[in-house]
Design a protein around this ligand. Structure first.
Ligand SMILES: [Zn+2]
Length: 412
């Protein structure tokens, strides 16, 4: 009986615990509304995964989520793309955090004093907005709600659907051939877009979007393709000289899902190019390598390769693997000179001390004998145009590239 009593006492205590918490409601106060009701939507194509909360002072704190690289400490969180829903006419302050990136094993910070940011009412027409770097490596953004919806993004987005739209408009053109060379981790098709005549005397390979947060290359590629397919005499003359082979969006899965850098299996598609790619972990690179092997076997080795990226510097990254670099460096010098001559490029190339081990530039040169360069389009500022970049500025560079290529192959 005593046992039963003590059991009941125990039970009572157990039951009373939640009851006690329940009656402690006097300690909880209703959250007062100090800011207009806000909802942050990220569940759309290229929307970035994040946490958000409204701070006591009404600020909306947005915590970006890091992408992590497999088998390393590297992590990245430079992409953001979200839709703010709030009362029309309201003014909001957003604070973005989690910029403690690790790059090549070293602390790195994607947010700077001049970090660019863009806003759009409809997700199609974008304007740049100011960011302000504040304490604890955070970025403050102030927005005004013209309507009850505003998209905010790190850079003017170029989505998988934008690429599909471009490919649909050119697919039937007699100078275009689109070939699927493999699939991404999630099964999205990886295509090589050939623009021009396969039997042209020179070939250029271009890759875009190895890193998901970097849409610049896609805009360049769009300008390049559209200009090549104009039916005037000049375009015909250009395409009699060289043929373009373009892998427009290498990291499609992460573009679709709003990731920053790595593919779905945590692989960096601009690393480990010093040896063959693992087809399970990085099928995007394995497919590209297999395609390059086939091209070379058939006698169609590209003469020049460009891998487009975005960063805060805007430089050409000249590879320096352990091979004879004489003709390569001379060609890259010519390429840089022609870029300055025919496009808005002014940023120059990285110096002789620059090393970025395992990047595609060195890999294509060392393993495939292809003159290859990484072009990092400055994400924050175009010095040559004195403005923050929009998609159309990068499209302009794509159009201007044709004169660069033409002169590059006409050496006299
Ligand atoms: Zn990159």
């Amino acid at each position: 009986m005593r046992k039963l009593m003590s059991f009941m006492k125990l039970s009572l205590v157990v039951i009373l615990i939640p009851a006690h918490v329940g009656t402690g409601a006097e300690k909880r106060t209703k959250i007062e509304r100090q800011t207009p009701l806000v909802y942050i939507n990220t569940l759309f194509e290229n929307g970035s995964p994040l946490h958000w909360e409204i701070q006591p002072d009404g600020t909306i704190l947005i915590s970006l989520m890091y992408d992590h690289e497999r088998s390393s400490l590297n992590r990245a969180s430079g992409h953001w793309h979200f839709q703010v829903r709030a009362e029309a006419g309201s003014d909001l302050t957003l604070v973005l955090q989690n910029f403690y990136n690790i790059w090549n094993g070293m602390p790195a910070r994607p947010a700077n004093g001049n970090t660019s940011c863009y806003a759009s009412q409809d997700g199609q027409n974008w304007t740049s907005i100011l960011t302000e770097r504040i304490e604890d490596e955070r970025l403050r953004i102030r927005i005004h709600m013209e309507s009850d919806s505003l998209y905010v993004a790190r850079l003017e987005p170029y989505r998988v659907s934008d690429l599909e739209q471009l490919l649909d408009t050119i697919r039937d053109h007699p100078l275009v051939k689109i070939a699927e060379i493999g699939k991404t981790v999630e099964g999205r098709p990886l295509e090589i877009v050939r623009v021009g005549h396969a039997n042209a005397p020179h070939r250029i390979f271009i890759r875009g979007r190895a890193h998901a947060w970097e849409p610049g290359g896609n805009w360049v590629i769009q300008g390049l393709i559209n200009n090549a397919l104009r039916s005037d005499q000049k375009s015909r003359r250009l395409l009699d000289t060289y043929c373009l082979y373009i892998l427009p969006m290498a990291n499609k899965d992460r573009v679709a899902r709003g990731g920053t850098r790595f593919n779905m299996r945590g692989m960096d598609l601009n690393r480990k190019w010093d040896k063959p790619a693992d087809p399970d972990l990085a099928p995007e690179n394995a497919a590209l390598e297999a395609w390059l092997d086939r091209m070379i076997k058939r006698g169609f080795k590209p003469h020049l390769a460009i891998d487009f990226h975005n960063d805060g510097g805007g430089n050409l990254h000249i590879a320096r693997p352990n091979v004879n670099l004489e003709s390569y460096l001379a060609n890259m010098e010519r390429f840089e000179h022609l870029l300055r001559k025919h496009t808005w490029f002014t940023e120059g190339s990285t110096g002789s001390n620059f090393r970025n081990p395992g990047s595609i530039g060195g890999g294509l040169l060392e393993r495939f004998g292809i003159d290859a360069v990484v072009y990092e389009l400055n994400a924050n500022w175009i010095e040559g145009l004195q403005k923050v970049p929009l998609g159309r500025d990068w499209e302009l560079l794509g159009r201007q590239l044709h004169n660069v290529f033409y002169e590059y192959f006409h050496r006299d």
